[in-house]
Write a protein that binds this ligand. Sequence first.
Ligand code: PEP
Ligand code: MN
Length: 365
Amino acid sequence: MKEHKQIKDWGLGLTGPTIIAGPCSAESPEQIEQICIEMKENNVIPSMFRAGIWKPRTRPGSFEGIGEEGLKWMEIVRHHLNIPITVEVGNAAHAEIALRNNVDVVWVGARTTVNPFAVQEIADALKGTDIPVMVKNPMNPDLDLWMGALERFHAVGLTKLAAIHRGFSDAYDKRYRNKPNWSMPMHLKRVWTGMEVINDPSHIVGKRDGILEISQKAMNFGLDGLMIETHHDPDNAWSDAKQQVTPARLKEILSAIDFKKPVESEQPSERLNDLRRAVDHLDDQLLDILQERFAVIDQIGSHKREHHLSVFQSDRWKDVMESRTQKGVAKNLSEKFMKELLYCIHEESVKRQEKQLREADSVKK
Ligand code: PEP
Ligand code: MN
Protein backbone atom coordinates (compact mmCIF):
# COMPACT_ATOMS: atom_id res chain seq x y z
CA MET A 1 0.00 0.00 0.00
CA LYS A 2 1.49 3.33 -1.10
CA GLU A 3 0.77 5.93 1.59
CA HIS A 4 0.23 9.41 0.27
CA LYS A 5 -1.10 12.69 1.58
CA GLN A 6 -4.46 13.90 0.36
CA ILE A 7 -5.01 17.52 -0.66
CA LYS A 8 -6.45 18.48 2.73
CA ASP A 9 -3.11 17.41 4.29
CA TRP A 10 -0.86 19.38 1.93
CA GLY A 11 -0.62 22.17 4.50
CA LEU A 12 -2.25 24.69 2.15
CA GLY A 13 -5.51 25.01 4.05
CA LEU A 14 -7.51 23.37 1.25
CA THR A 15 -10.80 21.64 1.85
CA GLY A 16 -12.62 19.81 -0.95
CA PRO A 17 -13.79 20.02 -3.64
CA THR A 18 -10.57 21.50 -5.03
CA ILE A 19 -11.28 24.18 -7.63
CA ILE A 20 -8.27 25.23 -9.72
CA ALA A 21 -8.75 28.16 -12.08
CA GLY A 22 -6.59 30.57 -14.03
CA PRO A 23 -5.41 31.08 -17.58
CA CYS A 24 -4.06 28.44 -19.93
CA SER A 25 -0.94 30.64 -20.20
CA ALA A 26 0.44 33.54 -18.23
CA GLU A 27 0.71 36.35 -20.81
CA SER A 28 1.44 39.62 -18.99
CA PRO A 29 1.23 41.11 -15.50
CA GLU A 30 -1.84 43.06 -16.65
CA GLN A 31 -3.57 39.87 -17.77
CA ILE A 32 -2.88 38.13 -14.46
CA GLU A 33 -4.06 41.15 -12.49
CA GLN A 34 -7.26 41.56 -14.52
CA ILE A 35 -8.19 37.90 -14.05
CA CYS A 36 -7.65 38.25 -10.28
CA ILE A 37 -9.71 41.45 -10.12
CA GLU A 38 -12.59 39.86 -12.02
CA MET A 39 -12.44 36.77 -9.81
CA LYS A 40 -12.76 39.04 -6.79
CA GLU A 41 -15.56 41.11 -8.36
CA ASN A 42 -17.50 37.96 -9.16
CA ASN A 43 -16.78 36.48 -5.77
CA VAL A 44 -15.28 33.35 -7.28
CA ILE A 45 -12.03 32.62 -5.45
CA PRO A 46 -10.64 29.23 -6.48
CA SER A 47 -8.74 26.89 -4.16
CA MET A 48 -5.62 27.34 -6.33
CA PHE A 49 -4.57 29.58 -9.23
CA ARG A 50 -3.19 27.88 -12.33
CA ALA A 51 -1.08 29.45 -15.07
CA GLY A 52 0.94 27.84 -17.84
CA ILE A 53 4.50 29.21 -17.85
CA TRP A 54 6.01 26.71 -20.27
CA LYS A 55 3.53 25.52 -22.89
CA PRO A 56 3.95 22.14 -24.58
CA ARG A 57 2.60 22.95 -28.03
CA THR A 58 1.78 20.21 -30.48
CA ARG A 59 3.38 22.17 -33.33
CA PRO A 60 6.11 24.79 -33.14
CA GLY A 61 5.34 28.39 -33.93
CA SER A 62 2.49 28.96 -31.51
CA PHE A 63 3.01 30.62 -28.13
CA GLU A 64 5.42 28.46 -26.13
CA GLY A 65 5.04 30.19 -22.79
CA ILE A 66 6.51 33.28 -21.19
CA GLY A 67 9.05 31.39 -19.04
CA GLU A 68 10.47 32.28 -15.63
CA GLU A 69 9.43 35.93 -15.88
CA GLY A 70 5.79 34.83 -15.58
CA LEU A 71 6.49 33.27 -12.19
CA LYS A 72 7.32 36.72 -10.80
CA TRP A 73 3.77 37.80 -11.73
CA MET A 74 2.35 35.19 -9.39
CA GLU A 75 3.01 37.70 -6.59
CA ILE A 76 0.08 39.63 -8.08
CA VAL A 77 -2.13 36.60 -7.46
CA ARG A 78 -0.88 36.28 -3.88
CA HIS A 79 -1.54 39.96 -3.32
CA HIS A 80 -5.12 39.92 -4.67
CA LEU A 81 -6.34 36.43 -3.84
CA ASN A 82 -3.85 34.96 -1.38
CA ILE A 83 -4.25 31.42 -2.76
CA PRO A 84 -1.67 28.76 -3.70
CA ILE A 85 -0.14 28.83 -7.18
CA THR A 86 0.24 25.83 -9.45
CA VAL A 87 2.16 25.60 -12.74
CA GLU A 88 3.06 22.86 -15.20
CA VAL A 89 6.64 21.58 -15.26
CA GLY A 90 7.89 19.57 -18.22
CA ASN A 91 11.54 18.95 -17.36
CA ALA A 92 14.10 19.20 -14.53
CA ALA A 93 14.99 22.81 -15.38
CA HIS A 94 11.33 23.87 -15.10
CA ALA A 95 11.07 22.06 -11.78
CA GLU A 96 14.15 23.84 -10.39
CA ILE A 97 12.90 27.24 -11.56
CA ALA A 98 9.45 26.57 -10.06
CA LEU A 99 11.04 25.67 -6.71
CA ARG A 100 13.22 28.80 -6.80
CA ASN A 101 10.14 30.96 -7.35
CA ASN A 102 8.11 29.44 -4.49
CA VAL A 103 5.47 27.79 -6.62
CA ASP A 104 3.19 25.94 -4.17
CA VAL A 105 2.14 22.96 -6.30
CA VAL A 106 3.44 21.66 -9.64
CA TRP A 107 1.66 19.54 -12.19
CA VAL A 108 2.96 17.28 -14.91
CA GLY A 109 1.16 17.61 -18.25
CA ALA A 110 -0.32 14.88 -20.41
CA ARG A 111 2.56 15.01 -22.90
CA THR A 112 5.09 14.54 -20.10
CA THR A 113 3.28 11.72 -18.28
CA VAL A 114 3.81 9.52 -21.36
CA ASN A 115 7.59 9.87 -21.01
CA PRO A 116 9.13 8.01 -18.05
CA PHE A 117 12.56 9.65 -18.67
CA ALA A 118 11.07 13.14 -18.30
CA VAL A 119 8.97 12.15 -15.29
CA GLN A 120 11.99 10.64 -13.54
CA GLU A 121 14.08 13.72 -14.28
CA ILE A 122 11.41 15.95 -12.71
CA ALA A 123 11.05 13.62 -9.72
CA ASP A 124 14.84 13.74 -9.16
CA ALA A 125 14.83 17.54 -9.39
CA LEU A 126 12.06 17.80 -6.77
CA LYS A 127 13.53 15.15 -4.46
CA GLY A 128 14.25 16.40 -0.95
CA THR A 129 11.38 18.92 -1.01
CA ASP A 130 7.82 18.18 -0.04
CA ILE A 131 6.14 20.09 -2.84
CA PRO A 132 2.78 18.63 -3.86
CA VAL A 133 2.66 17.14 -7.37
CA MET A 134 -0.39 16.58 -9.56
CA VAL A 135 -0.09 14.22 -12.51
CA LYS A 136 -2.30 14.61 -15.55
CA ASN A 137 -3.36 11.45 -17.34
CA PRO A 138 -1.16 10.51 -20.32
CA MET A 139 -2.41 11.35 -23.84
CA ASN A 140 -3.29 7.70 -24.44
CA PRO A 141 -5.57 5.72 -22.12
CA ASP A 142 -2.85 3.72 -20.37
CA LEU A 143 -3.47 3.38 -16.65
CA ASP A 144 0.02 1.99 -16.01
CA LEU A 145 1.68 5.11 -17.42
CA TRP A 146 -0.51 7.31 -15.19
CA MET A 147 0.17 5.13 -12.15
CA GLY A 148 3.83 4.84 -13.07
CA ALA A 149 4.34 8.61 -13.07
CA LEU A 150 2.66 8.93 -9.65
CA GLU A 151 4.85 6.08 -8.39
CA ARG A 152 8.04 7.77 -9.60
CA PHE A 153 7.25 10.81 -7.45
CA HIS A 154 6.25 8.62 -4.53
CA ALA A 155 9.49 6.66 -4.83
CA VAL A 156 11.66 9.77 -4.33
CA GLY A 157 9.70 10.66 -1.18
CA LEU A 158 7.14 13.08 -2.59
CA THR A 159 3.94 11.98 -0.90
CA LYS A 160 1.64 14.96 -1.51
CA LEU A 161 0.09 13.59 -4.68
CA ALA A 162 -3.06 13.96 -6.75
CA ALA A 163 -4.12 13.13 -10.29
CA ILE A 164 -5.79 15.21 -12.99
CA HIS A 165 -8.18 13.71 -15.52
CA ARG A 166 -7.94 15.71 -18.79
CA GLY A 167 -9.18 13.10 -21.23
CA PHE A 168 -7.44 11.05 -23.94
CA SER A 169 -6.64 11.88 -27.51
CA ASP A 170 -8.74 9.93 -30.01
CA ALA A 171 -8.27 10.45 -33.73
CA TYR A 172 -11.77 9.21 -34.55
CA ASP A 173 -14.06 10.63 -31.88
CA LYS A 174 -14.49 14.30 -32.70
CA ARG A 175 -17.15 15.06 -30.05
CA TYR A 176 -14.38 16.01 -27.65
CA ARG A 177 -10.94 17.52 -27.88
CA ASN A 178 -9.92 14.68 -25.58
CA LYS A 179 -12.30 11.83 -24.93
CA PRO A 180 -13.18 11.51 -21.22
CA ASN A 181 -13.11 7.70 -20.95
CA TRP A 182 -14.55 7.86 -17.42
CA SER A 183 -13.54 4.31 -16.58
CA MET A 184 -9.87 5.42 -16.43
CA PRO A 185 -10.13 7.89 -13.51
CA MET A 186 -12.50 5.46 -11.77
CA HIS A 187 -10.00 2.67 -12.20
CA LEU A 188 -7.15 4.81 -10.87
CA LYS A 189 -9.26 5.45 -7.76
CA ARG A 190 -9.94 1.70 -7.46
CA VAL A 191 -6.31 0.62 -7.69
CA TRP A 192 -4.81 3.44 -5.58
CA THR A 193 -7.05 3.85 -2.55
CA GLY A 194 -7.56 7.46 -1.56
CA MET A 195 -5.97 8.93 -4.71
CA GLU A 196 -7.87 12.10 -5.53
CA VAL A 197 -8.61 12.90 -9.15
CA ILE A 198 -9.33 16.44 -10.29
CA ASN A 199 -11.29 16.72 -13.51
CA ASP A 200 -10.14 19.16 -16.21
CA PRO A 201 -13.25 19.73 -18.34
CA SER A 202 -11.53 22.51 -20.36
CA HIS A 203 -9.09 20.17 -22.10
CA ILE A 204 -11.72 17.43 -22.43
CA VAL A 205 -14.31 19.60 -24.17
CA GLY A 206 -11.95 21.99 -25.99
CA LYS A 207 -14.61 24.71 -26.22
CA ARG A 208 -16.63 26.80 -23.80
CA ASP A 209 -19.92 24.95 -24.28
CA GLY A 210 -20.09 21.68 -22.45
CA ILE A 211 -17.74 22.54 -19.58
CA LEU A 212 -20.65 22.58 -17.11
CA GLU A 213 -21.95 19.24 -18.34
CA ILE A 214 -18.59 17.50 -18.01
CA SER A 215 -17.96 19.11 -14.61
CA GLN A 216 -21.31 17.86 -13.32
CA LYS A 217 -20.60 14.39 -14.63
CA ALA A 218 -17.23 14.39 -12.85
CA MET A 219 -18.90 15.37 -9.59
CA ASN A 220 -21.60 12.72 -10.05
CA PHE A 221 -18.93 10.06 -10.50
CA GLY A 222 -17.22 11.22 -7.31
CA LEU A 223 -14.12 12.95 -8.67
CA ASP A 224 -12.52 15.36 -6.25
CA GLY A 225 -12.29 18.75 -7.91
CA LEU A 226 -12.14 20.74 -11.12
CA MET A 227 -9.45 22.57 -13.07
CA ILE A 228 -11.11 25.15 -15.33
CA GLU A 229 -9.12 27.47 -17.61
CA THR A 230 -10.19 31.04 -16.88
CA HIS A 231 -9.21 34.24 -18.71
CA HIS A 232 -10.63 37.78 -18.60
CA ASP A 233 -10.66 37.95 -22.42
CA PRO A 234 -10.81 34.34 -23.67
CA ASP A 235 -11.23 35.19 -27.35
CA ASN A 236 -7.88 36.94 -27.35
CA ALA A 237 -6.01 34.42 -25.20
CA TRP A 238 -2.59 33.42 -26.54
CA SER A 239 -3.38 29.71 -26.17
CA ASP A 240 -6.55 27.60 -25.92
CA ALA A 241 -8.73 30.63 -26.72
CA LYS A 242 -11.77 28.54 -27.59
CA GLN A 243 -12.04 26.74 -24.28
CA GLN A 244 -11.31 29.42 -21.67
CA VAL A 245 -14.15 31.03 -19.74
CA THR A 246 -14.40 34.41 -18.04
CA PRO A 247 -14.41 34.66 -14.24
CA ALA A 248 -18.12 35.62 -14.49
CA ARG A 249 -18.87 32.43 -16.41
CA LEU A 250 -16.74 30.43 -13.98
CA LYS A 251 -18.95 31.73 -11.20
CA GLU A 252 -22.09 30.65 -13.11
CA ILE A 253 -20.65 27.20 -13.79
CA LEU A 254 -19.64 26.62 -10.17
CA SER A 255 -22.98 27.89 -8.89
CA ALA A 256 -24.89 25.58 -11.24
CA ILE A 257 -22.99 22.43 -10.26
CA ASP A 258 -24.62 20.14 -7.75
CA PHE A 259 -21.51 19.17 -5.76
CA LYS A 260 -21.94 15.68 -4.31
CA LYS A 261 -20.60 14.55 -0.97
CA PRO A 262 -18.70 11.29 -0.61
CA VAL A 263 -20.88 8.78 1.25
CA GLU A 264 -18.03 8.35 3.74
CA SER A 265 -18.34 11.98 4.83
CA GLU A 266 -21.54 11.17 6.71
CA GLN A 267 -22.77 8.43 9.00
CA PRO A 268 -24.33 6.03 6.48
CA SER A 269 -28.08 5.79 7.00
CA GLU A 270 -29.80 2.54 8.06
CA ARG A 271 -31.39 2.35 4.61
CA LEU A 272 -28.00 2.54 2.85
CA ASN A 273 -26.60 -0.09 5.23
CA ASP A 274 -29.52 -2.42 4.46
CA LEU A 275 -29.07 -2.00 0.73
CA ARG A 276 -25.34 -2.62 1.00
CA ARG A 277 -25.97 -5.80 2.98
CA ALA A 278 -28.35 -6.94 0.22
CA VAL A 279 -25.60 -6.34 -2.37
CA ASP A 280 -23.06 -8.25 -0.24
CA HIS A 281 -25.45 -11.20 -0.13
CA LEU A 282 -26.12 -11.12 -3.89
CA ASP A 283 -22.37 -10.94 -4.59
CA ASP A 284 -21.89 -14.07 -2.47
CA GLN A 285 -24.54 -15.84 -4.55
CA LEU A 286 -22.93 -14.62 -7.76
CA LEU A 287 -19.58 -16.09 -6.64
CA ASP A 288 -21.20 -19.43 -5.72
CA ILE A 289 -22.79 -19.60 -9.18
CA LEU A 290 -19.49 -18.75 -10.88
CA GLN A 291 -17.73 -21.43 -8.86
CA GLU A 292 -20.35 -23.95 -9.96
CA ARG A 293 -20.15 -22.78 -13.58
CA PHE A 294 -16.37 -23.18 -13.71
CA ALA A 295 -16.65 -26.67 -12.15
CA VAL A 296 -18.85 -27.66 -15.11
CA ILE A 297 -16.43 -25.93 -17.51
CA ASP A 298 -13.63 -28.10 -16.07
CA GLN A 299 -15.70 -31.24 -16.73
CA ILE A 300 -16.24 -30.11 -20.32
CA GLY A 301 -12.47 -29.55 -20.46
CA SER A 302 -11.83 -33.18 -19.43
CA HIS A 303 -14.23 -34.37 -22.07
CA LYS A 304 -12.49 -32.30 -24.76
CA ARG A 305 -9.15 -33.66 -23.65
CA GLU A 306 -10.34 -37.26 -23.81
CA HIS A 307 -11.81 -36.75 -27.28
CA HIS A 308 -8.95 -34.66 -28.67
CA LEU A 309 -11.21 -31.66 -29.21
CA SER A 310 -9.81 -28.16 -29.34
CA VAL A 311 -10.82 -25.77 -26.59
CA PHE A 312 -12.25 -22.92 -28.64
CA GLN A 313 -15.38 -23.85 -30.57
CA SER A 314 -16.54 -20.90 -32.67
CA ASP A 315 -20.13 -22.00 -33.29
CA ARG A 316 -20.78 -22.70 -29.64
CA TRP A 317 -19.24 -19.36 -28.64
CA LYS A 318 -21.42 -17.53 -31.16
CA ASP A 319 -24.57 -19.19 -29.78
CA VAL A 320 -23.65 -18.46 -26.18
CA MET A 321 -22.81 -14.86 -26.95
CA GLU A 322 -25.95 -14.13 -28.92
CA SER A 323 -28.46 -15.91 -26.74
CA ARG A 324 -27.07 -14.55 -23.44
CA THR A 325 -26.78 -11.03 -24.80
CA GLN A 326 -30.42 -11.13 -25.91
CA LYS A 327 -31.54 -12.44 -22.54
CA GLY A 328 -29.47 -9.84 -20.72
CA VAL A 329 -30.83 -6.98 -22.81
CA ALA A 330 -34.37 -8.22 -22.03
CA LYS A 331 -33.41 -7.95 -18.34
CA ASN A 332 -32.41 -4.31 -18.84
CA LEU A 333 -28.65 -4.96 -18.92
CA SER A 334 -26.83 -3.03 -21.63
CA GLU A 335 -25.52 -4.85 -24.69
CA LYS A 336 -22.02 -3.49 -24.06
CA PHE A 337 -22.05 -4.78 -20.49
CA MET A 338 -23.33 -8.22 -21.60
CA LYS A 339 -20.62 -8.52 -24.25
CA GLU A 340 -17.85 -7.51 -21.87
CA LEU A 341 -19.12 -9.86 -19.19
CA LEU A 342 -19.38 -12.79 -21.60
CA TYR A 343 -15.91 -12.13 -23.09
CA CYS A 344 -14.51 -12.11 -19.61
CA ILE A 345 -16.21 -15.34 -18.51
CA HIS A 346 -15.45 -17.09 -21.79
CA GLU A 347 -11.81 -16.04 -21.73
CA GLU A 348 -11.40 -17.49 -18.25
CA SER A 349 -13.13 -20.72 -19.34
CA VAL A 350 -10.88 -21.11 -22.38
CA LYS A 351 -7.76 -20.47 -20.29
CA ARG A 352 -8.76 -23.06 -17.70
CA GLN A 353 -9.41 -25.70 -20.32
CA GLU A 354 -6.18 -24.97 -22.18
CA LYS A 355 -4.32 -25.31 -18.87
CA GLN A 356 -5.96 -28.71 -18.35
CA LEU A 357 -4.69 -29.81 -21.79
CA ARG A 358 -1.19 -28.56 -21.07
CA GLU A 359 -1.06 -30.32 -17.70
CA ALA A 360 -2.33 -33.57 -19.21
CA ASP A 361 0.36 -33.31 -21.93
CA SER A 362 3.15 -32.73 -19.46
CA VAL A 363 2.09 -35.84 -17.49
CA LYS A 364 2.33 -37.90 -20.70
CA LYS A 365 5.78 -36.55 -21.65
C1 PEP B 1 -2.72 22.85 -19.84
O1 PEP B 1 -3.18 22.52 -18.73
O2 PEP B 1 -2.75 23.98 -20.30
C2 PEP B 1 -2.17 21.76 -20.68
C3 PEP B 1 -1.23 21.97 -21.57
O3 PEP B 1 -2.78 20.61 -20.45
P1 PEP B 1 -2.55 19.10 -20.96
O4 PEP B 1 -1.25 18.66 -20.43
O5 PEP B 1 -3.72 18.43 -20.31
O6 PEP B 1 -2.67 19.12 -22.47
MN1 MN C 1 -4.53 24.84 -22.00
